[in-house]
Unconditional design. Structure first.
Length: 160
């Protein structure tokens, strides 16, 4: 089967890695001992430290889901309790997590590049999200990244 070569595919695969690069650039001047990592300008949203850890965890969850969707016929995928995961973010090293996120995105993009057009259309279901394809899941990842990148910009601006 042919690899994805569509205009969509080329930009999506680049964006997966590029979003991690942009996040690292935005956070490059925040020292590891800075209280800015744990400032919470909005009590309902993640801190900078939590955003980085969350994106890394979300990356791994998505990869696992997509692998199931490729191996199995329309698997029922579990939802992920991000609030439970966030309870463990307080001691995470954002510099280390940023490096791991970039490595993960490079690996993820390479894995996705190896999928056929047909595999991009394979589906799975989640209780809260319903049925979705690998292609739709990757698009959702990019939207999720954009949400958190905007949040990082807002946090950095509000904690100067």
């Amino acid at each position: 089967m042919a690899k994805i070569t569509s205009y969509y595919g080329r930009y999506v695969l680049g964006a997966l890695e590029n979003n991690a690069v942009v996040l690292g650039y935005l956070l490059r001047d925040v020292p590891l001992d800075s209280p800015r990592w744990d400032a919470r300008p909005d009590a309902e949203r993640f801190t900078l430290r939590e955003i980085v850890a969350h994106l890394l965890d979300y990356d791994m969850i998505c990869r696992e889901r997509f692998e199931h969707m490729i191996r199995e016929n329309e698997p029922q995928l579990s939802d992920w309790d991000m609030d439970e995961a966030a309870r463990h973010y307080v001691n995470r090293n954002p510099s280390h997590d940023l490096e791991r996120l970039l490595e993960s995105r490079r690996s993820f993009a390479a894995w996705l590049e190896g999928l056929s057009e047909k595999e991009w259309e394979r589906t799975g279901s989640r209780p809260k999200a319903g049925k979705f394809s690998v292609k739709e899941g990757v698009t959702l990842m990019l939207g999720h990244d954009a949400y958190h990148l905007k949040q990082v910009v807002e946090w950095l601006d509000s904690t100067k």
